[in-house]
Design a protein around this ligand. Structure first.
Ligand code: NAP
Length: 309
């Protein structure tokens, strides 16, 4: 079930190294951009005022009938495509204004925001490399300026750089640990301030079956994801009395860009004999972010067609 030699994350050189900014969907007006970096812009066709002022006005999770039960928003890292985009859509459907973070996929993030807005929700796209502390901070500031306090944080952004441990470079080790684990720690630490003050918060960390389960060629990825699970459990216990829950989702083989070209041998190991969909993972994140999951914390929810059973 080796993943060696498969696709790896986009090189950093391809990424805008400037201050993070939220980006308009196609057709948005220049006036939609918030003052200075970071800035946020509406999805396609949205008008400026609808973003800066309108988004603030509707920020907060709406219960039935439009009643706002929480003043704040959800932030999904790596929300431009794949599992993150599905989670952003699902949280918006649950009434959360959603900050959709992306690193390089500006058009994909704009598509996610446009989808949210077409369905009556509120979303902004925010560019930031979560591995860069200053960009991470500005991502939070952009979300807070536009949508209010971050009460739901989904640490989803992730990448792979597969190689057998014998041949793995320091760079590949560090990049994967940095993005898949260290950035989650920093984002969680940043979000917890507001959550603890609010006495409500939901942190959902997207881990993996790889980590708890071996997968040759992914020592760096497995170390990061296993670390993320340990981190999840420990922080959950630290903040449990504050109304804040911290949980992990451990997807198995999910049909996204990250797993393009995989299948075959890997699929044969999945008892369900099919890959999962991003929406199936998103449904679990939606539950963990909900009021219904208030007594679920420190848990790991496997979404893997039985792979870890
Ligand atoms: P994907 O389709 O490759 O999408 C990855 C997302 O992460 C993209 O939105 C990408 O943004 C973003 N990203 C990567 N590095 C980033 C950075 N430094 N800063 C900000 N954003 C960054 O992957 P996916 O399959 O949806 O995976 C999502 C999460 O699920 C990952 O944590 C992954 O490890 C985990 N997971 C996936 C599977 C699976 O089978 N697919 C299984 C287990 C766990 P840009 O496109 O803008 O660069």
């Amino acid at each position: 079930m080796s993943l060696v030699g498969q696709r790896r994350g986009a090189p950093r050189a391809a990424v805008d190294q400037g201050a993070p900014h939220a980006v308009a969907g196609r057709g948005a007006q220049g006036a939609a951009v918030d003052q200075g970096a970071p800035h946020a812009v509406a999805g396609r066709g949205a008008q400026g005022a609808a973003v800066d002022e309108g988004a603030r006005a509707v920020a907060g999770r709406r219960a039935g009938g439009g009643r706002s039960v929480r003043q704040g928003c959800a932030l999904v890292t790596g929300g431009s495509r794949g599992i993150g985009a599905a989670i952003a859509r699902a949280l918006a459907a649950d009434g959360w204004p959603v900050a959709v973070n992306f690193r390089s996929g500006e058009d994909a993030a704009a598509d996610t925001v446009a989808h949210i807005e077409r369905h009556g929700g509120t979303g902004i796209a925010v560019q930031a490399d979560v591995g860069e502390p200053q960009q991470l901070e500005r991502m939070f500031e952009a979300a807070e300026d536009q949508l209010g306090r971050v009460l739901v944080l989904v640490n989803n952004a992730g990448l792979r750089a597969d190689q057998l441990a014998l041949s793995m470079s320091d760079e590949d080790w560090a990049q994967v640990l940095h993005t898949n684990l260290t950035a989650c720690f920093r984002a969680t630490r940043r979000a917890l301030r507001g959550m603890v003050r609010e006495r409500f918060g939901r942190v959902v960390n997207v881990a993996s079956v790889v980590g708890p389960r071996a997968n040759p060629g992914q020592a760096n990825y497995a170390a990061a994801k296993a670390g993320l699970i340990g981190f999840t459990k420990t922080v959950a216990v630290e903040v449990a009395r504050r109304g804040v829950t911290v949980n992990a989702i451990a997807p198995g083989l999910i049909d996204t860009d990250m797993t393009a070209g995989l299948g075959g041998e890997l699929l044969a190991a999945v008892p369900a004999r099919r890959a999962g969909t991003p929406d199936e993972v998103a449904a679990c994140a939606r539950f963990l972010a909900s009021e219904h999951a208030g007594y679920v914390t420190g848990s790991v929810l496997y979404v893997d067609g039985g792979l870890s059973a």
